[in-house]
Design a protein around this ligand. Structure first.
Ligand SMILES: [Zn+2]
Length: 321
């Protein structure tokens, strides 16, 4: 064997040895973290997830590249998890003195089209997580839906019908882009009058209306006057929601995923699983489902599983910015 070849093999062995040392070191850190924190409320699985993702990433890229700059929450988690690794001398002291608190993985669920089916809604009420209910104005059970949800201490928003590009299946009372300012204000105020429990609003359909700055500007000035937030259902990739909301100082957020485009329970479960995976990657996710029997069945199956995996269900209003 040539000298070069021997040298290459020995270098490779050396590198492998370094990785092994690093792995043993990380394992030791994990054990000490486990020892000093015990099994306190989901902290361990999160640390484990971070370390696993570090391991995975280190195979391919330098450690810095695993922090995706746009994902603030993940960055926080990784930064905090790094503290004990870098400060290897006084690990135990540091951890005892100032326990590193990891921000959890958060999921907010919004259930649209409420006000038509109280039976399905009551099944959602039993899930024991702070689901936000988007109640439609002008429906047979608008009042009952909002009042019953609110009485359980759960958050309500207005599900405002807005003009879509296709115009197919629009509600009889719908916010249209050709309406003048007064008519838009009147319609929004009437919705708020019907659903005074609401802390915010999102759009039902509305692919045309949410992309129209003039319309969104008027809607946001109404939101600002009532101290309400706006949740963009994301029915159009082109949107003026954030732009108009920011101009009026209205807090806002955008839907990340519709989970029940299919009405099949297994398909919906799969979409909820997809949402959980994205939340673990990004630190948080906001999803929309509907007030339909198969969707609530899927959530009944998935929510306890996801809670076991350390996902924290939060109110939509916790994730508006
Ligand atoms: Zn809707």
């Amino acid at each position: 064997m040539s000298y070069r070849k021997k040298r290459r093999i020995s270098l490779r062995k050396k590198r492998k040895g370094n990785f092994l040392k690093l792995f043993i070191f990380l394992t030791a850190i994990m054990l000490s973290v486990y020892y000093f924190w015990g099994t306190d409320s989901g902290v361990i699985p999160q640390v484990k997830d971070v370390v696993q993702s570090m391991d995975k990433n280190m195979e391919e890229s330098p450690m810095d590249s695993l922090v995706e700059p746009q994902l603030v929450n993940q960055q926080e988690v990784v930064e905090k998890a790094r503290v004990p690794i870098e400060e290897n001398d006084n690990n135990k002291k540091r951890i005892n003195k100032t326990p590193v608190k990891l921000s959890g993985v958060k999921m907010a669920i919004c259930i649209d089209d409420a006000g038509r089916d109280l039976e399905t809604q009551s099944a959602y009420e039993e899930l024991g997580v702070p689901i936000t209910l988007a109640v439609m104005p002008n429906e047979p059970y608008t009042r009952e839906a909002a009042a019953s949800w609110h009485a359980k201490g759960l958050p309500v928003i207005i599900h405002q019908p807005m003009e879509s590009i296709s115009g197919v299946g629009m509600e009889p009372i719908v916010l249209l882009t050709q309406m003048d300012e007064n008519s838009i204000r009147k319609m929004i105020r009437e919705s708020i009058r019907q659903i005074p429990e609401a802390r915010g609003m999102n759009n039902h359909q509305g692919s045309k209306a949410t992309a129209d700055f003039r319309v969104m500007d008027i809607v946001m000035s109404e939101m600002a006057s009532q101290n309400m937030f706006f949740f963009d259902s994301a029915t159009n990739s082109v949107t003026e929601v954030a732009h108009a909301a920011d101009m009026h100082g209205v807090l806002h957020a955008r839907n990340n995923l519709f989970v029940d485009n299919s009405s099949d329970v297994d398909d919906i479960c799969q979409m909820i699983r997809e949402a959980a995976d994205r939340a673990k990657k990004n630190g948080q996710i906001i999803i929309i489902g509907h007030c339909r029997p198969n969707t609530v069945t899927a959530f009944q199956k998935m929510i306890p599983q996801l809670q076991k995996e350390g996902i924290e269900f939060v109110s939509l209003s916790d994730l508006v910015q």
